[in-house]
Design a protein around this ligand. Structure first.
Ligand code: NAD
Ligand code: TYD
Length: 342
């Protein structure tokens, strides 16, 4: 199978390419990535070395650019397309939502149109639990939960889900959607909670916890998410939506304290700061449909997975240096200075 992955230089896309190359030796992976601030070719340095020009091809391009998308489809003629490419950080969507509209909505529509025209046989849209909104203290999101996105990020992802579903219903385009909870693991961009707090603690800087720190996320190891996407690609029903979760609900403060413990750093580094506007309180995923239809279940336990992840960041300081750009530092400075977060 020839599989085109968009956003393959980001956190989940790069882990997925590595995972997929270890499945069928005859499969070929094509990575189409714009290389935004979050895209880092160093995430795939080992893959480049082992498979470039043979089972792995990189093509720089923008999913919102019709001619670039048509060109990559024409050149590589993939059987399947998996759309990981996105603006992915909620805080940034609060700061400036327009890139989220351009990539997540216009980009997905552009990609769907081109893939339909090119006769792509399978399309997987990578989505998020955040499209369902926010939970109270009990219950979980199922695929039947009505969409209720509350941040510009989740609104743009929900729009992309609706466009994907519309292509299935209107054009019989063989697309399906996967929705996953918060991922952690190697190569995550250091604006997200876990690598951000790691970097702060490593530099003995304050760890800014939003609000009361009791917001809950359902953490899944990126490798479990990649396995879920692989199962959806190879066994999923066109038109279906599959939830993936990690069965690991933790409050933010629990996660932050655990990171400090693993790093042997004091809890005095923790700062409770002004909350993120519109901060969703709790996410939890019911993934029984994926368990039943795809045989999916997460295998990584959160506490050991988190310790391994922190050790990976400790052992790869050059990777962290390679991804921390001036533009990233400028955003962090502006965001955390606002409302005296830091
Ligand atoms: P990321 O920000 O680490 O990577 C995004 C990648 O997409 C980067 O390589 C970037 O260069 C590329 N990209 C951005 N705009 C592009 C464009 N217009 N054209 C081509 N490439 C473009 O994101 P991530 O955390 O790896 O998330 C990947 C996908 O998974 C996203 O669709 C996200 O919504 C979804 N998701 C993420 C999580 C999570 O916890 N990180 C959870 C559920 C779903
Ligand atoms: P994040 O990794 O940005 O993912 P998302 O907002 O998509 O869930 O954040 C995870 C949780 O951590 C979320 O509840 C916000 C919180 N958080 C903080 O408390 N402080 C921070 O500096 C960051 C980046 C996140």
């Amino acid at each position: 199978m020839r599989i085109l992955v968009t956003g393959g230089c980001g956190f989940i896309g790069s882990n997925f390419i590595r995972f997929a190359l270890n499945q069928n030796p005859s499969d070929v992976l094509i990575n189409f990535d714009k290389l935004t601030y979050a895209g880092n070719p160093a995430n795939l340095a080992d893959v480049e070395k082992a498979h470039s020009g043979d089972r792995y091809f990189f093509c720089r391009g923008d999913i919102a650019d019709r001619s670039e998308v048509l060109a990559v489809l024409e050149e590589y003629r993939p059987d399947a397309v998996i759309n990981f490419a996105a603006e992915s950080h909620v805080d940034r969507s609060i700061h400036n939502a327009m890139p989220f509209v351009t990539t997540n909505i216009v980009g997905t529509q552009t990609l769907l149109e081109a893939c339909l025209a090119a006769g792509v046989e399978r399309f997987v849209q990578i989505s998020t639990d955040e499209v369902y909104g926010s939970l109270g203290p009990t219950g979980k999101f199922s695929e039947q939960t009505p969409l209720d996105p509350r941040s510009p990020y989740s609104a743009s992802k929900a729009s992309a889900d609706f466009l994907t579903a519309a292509f299935y219903h209107t054009h019989a385009f063989p697309a399906l959607i996967t929705r996953c909870s918060n991922n952690y693991g190697p190569y995550q961009f250091p604006e997200k909670l876990i690598p951000f707090m790691f970097r702060q603690a490593a530099n003995n800087q304050p760890l800014p916890v939003y609000g009361d720190g009791l917001n809950v996320r359902d953490w899944i190891h990126v490798e479990d998410h990649c396995r879920g996407v692989w199962l959806a690609l190879t066994k999923g029903r066109p038109g279906a939506v599959y939830n993936f979760g990690g069965d690991a609900e933790r409050s933010n403060i629990e996660v932050v304290k655990r990171i400090l413990q693993i790093m042997d750093k004091p809890e005095t580094l923790i700062r409770y700061v002004k909350d993120r506007p519109g901060h969703d309180r709790r996410y939890a995923m019911d993934f029984s449909l994926a368990a039943r239809e795809l045989g999916f279940s997460p295998v990584h336990a959160f506490e050991s997975g988190l310790a391994e992840t922190i050790h990976w960041y400790q052992n790869n300081p050059e990777w962290l240096d390679s991804i921390v750009s001036g533009a990233y530092l400028e955003f962090i400075k502006q965001w955390y200075a606002k409302d005296q977060r830091l």
